[in-house]
Design a protein around this ligand. Sequence first.
Ligand SMILES: *[C@@H]1O[C@H](CO)[C@@H](O)[C@H](O)[C@H]1NC(C)=O
Ligand SMILES: *[C@@H]1O[C@H](CO)[C@@H](O)[C@H](O)[C@H]1NC(C)=O
Ligand SMILES: *[C@@H]1O[C@H](CO)[C@@H](O)[C@H](O)[C@H]1NC(C)=O
Ligand SMILES: *[C@@H]1O[C@H](CO)[C@@H](O)[C@H](O)[C@H]1NC(C)=O
Ligand SMILES: *[C@@H]1O[C@H](CO)[C@@H](O)[C@H](O)[C@H]1NC(C)=O
Ligand SMILES: *[C@@H]1O[C@H](CO)[C@@H](O)[C@H](O)[C@H]1NC(C)=O
Ligand SMILES: *[C@@H]1O[C@H](CO)[C@@H](O)[C@H](O)[C@H]1NC(C)=O
Ligand SMILES: *[C@@H]1O[C@H](CO)[C@@H](O)[C@H](O)[C@H]1NC(C)=O
Ligand SMILES: *[C@@H]1O[C@H](CO)[C@@H](O)[C@H](O)[C@H]1NC(C)=O
Ligand SMILES: *[C@@H]1O[C@H](CO)[C@@H](O)[C@H](O)[C@H]1NC(C)=O
Ligand SMILES: *[C@@H]1O[C@H](CO)[C@@H](O)[C@H](O)[C@H]1NC(C)=O
Length: 771
Amino acid sequence: MEEFNGGFVSFFVIEFVLSFNIFLLVHGQLLPIVSDHGENTSQIQTYIVHVLKPEGSNFLGAEDLENWHKSFLPNTTLDTGEPRLRFSYKEAISGFAARLTPEEVRDMEKMDGFLRANPSRTLHLHTTYTHEFLNLSTLFGVWSTSNSFYGEGIIIGVLDTGIHMPHPSFDDTGMPPRPAGWNVSCYLQTPCNDKVIAAQSFDIANSTTPPSDIDQGHGTHVAGIAAGNFVDNAEVLDQALGRAAGMAPKAFISVYKVCWKFGGCGTDGVLAGIDKAIQDGVHILQMSFGARRGYLPTSFTDDDVAVGTFSAMQKGIFPCTAAGNNGPDPETLSHAAPWDMVVGATTTDRRIRATVTLGNGTQLHGESAYQPNLVTNQFYPLVFPGSNGRNRQLYCLRNSLNGIDVRDKIVMCDVGAKDNIVTGKVVRNAGGAGMILMNFDIVGYTTFSEAHHLPVSHVSYKDALQLKDYIISNSTPTAKITFGGTIFDIRPSPALAFFSSRGPVKYNGNIVKPDVTAPGVNILSAWPVEVGPFPSGLKTKTFNFVSGTSMATPHVSGIVALIMSKLKYENKRQWSVPEIQSALITTTNTLDLDGRPIFDQATFNDNANILQRGAGQVNATNAMDPGLVYNIEPDDYVAYLCGIFSNNSAEVQRFTKNNKQCTRSISGEQLNYPSIGIPMASSSASTTISRTVTNVGDASEIYNATFIEPPFVKMYLSQYQLSFSRLDQQITYDITFTMNGSHPGSGVIGQGELSWVSSKHNVTSPIYIAF
Ligand SMILES: *[C@@H]1O[C@H](CO)[C@@H](O)[C@H](O)[C@H]1NC(C)=O
Ligand SMILES: *[C@@H]1O[C@H](CO)[C@@H](O)[C@H](O)[C@H]1NC(C)=O
Ligand SMILES: *[C@@H]1O[C@H](CO)[C@@H](O)[C@H](O)[C@H]1NC(C)=O
Ligand SMILES: *[C@@H]1O[C@H](CO)[C@@H](O)[C@H](O)[C@H]1NC(C)=O
Ligand SMILES: *[C@@H]1O[C@H](CO)[C@@H](O)[C@H](O)[C@H]1NC(C)=O
Ligand SMILES: *[C@@H]1O[C@H](CO)[C@@H](O)[C@H](O)[C@H]1NC(C)=O
Ligand SMILES: *[C@@H]1O[C@H](CO)[C@@H](O)[C@H](O)[C@H]1NC(C)=O
Ligand SMILES: *[C@@H]1O[C@H](CO)[C@@H](O)[C@H](O)[C@H]1NC(C)=O
Ligand SMILES: *[C@@H]1O[C@H](CO)[C@@H](O)[C@H](O)[C@H]1NC(C)=O
Ligand SMILES: *[C@@H]1O[C@H](CO)[C@@H](O)[C@H](O)[C@H]1NC(C)=O
Ligand SMILES: *[C@@H]1O[C@H](CO)[C@@H](O)[C@H](O)[C@H]1NC(C)=O
């Protein structure tokens, strides 16, 4: 799996192992044969077809709906006997998924009620095959400082690869009984319990395929981060020992298997999962997958999942999505709809230290989870097979070390092969004593503590440069690797991981995405199988360090469960999805633990900007009590979509699922979003926007405005104080942005912030100016 061709591939390789997908959508094999009837079956694809019910029509039940969907098809089966209809959606979209040729789709376009058909796309899990752990008490502190009820009573729908039920993280000790009336199937071999209350598969061929996650692990890891129960003495190869728990350890988990080992996550199956989750009545959609570089959406017209999450959002279900691992380049986000919470990934302050000591005494601190007891004072010859300029040797690919004397030497390899652990095995099999895994430029300072099979140290790009310098300037270079165990208080922290996908988004009307960041590097959570060089195969309590925006996202899903359960048990009004988003976005930490701007690990010394880290690091304690929230009314979303689609009602109808035409249109900056994105294309640009805040703090509270103006821009507010006298009171204010002097040039990013500050609360909106 470590094959690749060319320099840039290295970005993808940090992605999950599903790189061998070949567009096997869900399961159907595309055979290049011509059928007896002349159907060229290689052109048959799964399409997601959006249709609109005739006005005034009422369907009685699922069967009526399915028959109506089938009426769009040329006939019900393909020549092979395979049914054409894959999924008949009830809630996620108004439409269905079916096997069709492009020609058959063209015929369908003329039919009454047809809106649009998109081929099903393959999405990918946003993981790197690597590792870490989370210190809840220091990172979030939310359990101790606020009565969060641990997410009790809230159901998190985890759309992923399934779940490894026997893991102690999914034990139901201390869990309340499942919700009254809950009656959703469990297709696991191990029965569901009061922690994992349902588990379903969206494999069209076999809905009883157990969503067991035995062959993947991603879904198990993600579910553990969001809502794993408490497990004492969790560790990975004895590192990061502590008590593991998800963010919302008393929340329920409902599993939707929509991602497959071969074939990724087809959007048709993802929509089927969303459709069922809405019907089941989950509160949160946890979705750590998205499009990859090269296949990123370029408009909402080809983002069918955003239609499904729009439907969920309207029902009060919170969609939580991963930014993607396509960083550090700009415009690499896999999700961009305002109603999708988009989460980027940061490091924690913990490392699993593996130190390289060079023959001249210089020490370089890297990482590895596997920390064998070695005779530590022995130096080994250091060898760099890639110094010949060949990529295969640079990345130590399989068979690339043949003919190179690496026996009993420490071997230097660049990161970039698909799986760093496999790279280590190549070195070990060639007789190497150890491996130094070196970052290349854009990977920067992001290192992984992986469960290697030989002594390894994964070092930063800066350290890699020193190593390469050392080996060039020494005729007999030597090194040793020693292990320092689990180290805390590393700075800067949190820092933005190089792989975290970044904005801007060109098609969402300057809505700032990603929204927030959360820990996503070397996160420790549940894992189905034992890791490391000597798996005993006996332990059931296994954990693994994994990295990716996939791991950042469930932190936010879990925090949303905490917010929801707090409101529920305190008998407060439940907040809408946009209100919860607002609570998360306006209360972040914009600075790191040392009070400095959040560092971008892809660089030597740059800070992450607003399009890279969004509003900043999510702060659970603050988000539970934001003071004020920015709500978005359903009508405003429709007006926003009318603006995005230039009043093309058919495009908007895919989202609204009704026959209404566009009557009102607003631009992106007018949407009552908690962050602010303003286009200022010329030196005469001037824009006034309005925002409405709702009081969810104390009944009587006075807020003063403070703000940081973006460079080249002046800001004026219609009022500089907001005075509330009752709960849920709303106040609307205007902000005018004008240029101050000459325009800095197209493409420049300006950033500022507006804070409403009371004696108790600080409600901050990040401001992005698209010059
Ligand atoms: C279904 O329709 C296709 C194309 O319209 C045709 O080639 C095929 O024979 C039909 N299949 C059946 C089972 O009637
Ligand atoms: C079937 O379609 C594929 C893809 O469009 C094409 O490459 C192939 O030549 C077609 N085969 C026939 C027999 O038309
Ligand atoms: C959250 O924000 C509060 C107030 O700004 C701060 O005191 C606290 O340390 C933050 N929590 C974390 C985990 O950073
Ligand atoms: C649960 O659902 C099944 C199938 O939909 C149904 O047969 C059964 O009666 C339901 N049970 C309850 C308690 O609602
Ligand atoms: C579906 O999967 C289950 C469990 O793996 C298996 O027992 C059953 O035979 C499968 N059914 C079909 C039609 O493949
Ligand atoms: C969490 O952090 C605190 C303070 O840094 C430390 O004392 C504690 O050991 C850490 N816990 C775990 C489980 O790592
Ligand atoms: C060891 O060599 C490296 C690379 O040339 C150099 O950067 C470093 O300063 C040297 N260390 C000492 C102690 O001389
Ligand atoms: C409010 O929070 C923002 C963002 O963290 C910060 O820049 C600002 O200084 C804070 N204002 C006050 C008065 O604490
Ligand atoms: C859409 O229609 C509204 C009023 O019907 C109009 O104000 C607006 O300019 C139109 N927008 C676009 C992009 O055409
Ligand atoms: C506006 O421009 C003037 C002159 O360049 C400068 O002194 C002032 O600081 C600027 N104000 C802002 C808010 O950028
Ligand atoms: C808001 O401003 C007023 C003066 O304009 C001041 O008296 C008050 O203390 C301020 N409130 C806060 C929370 O800073």
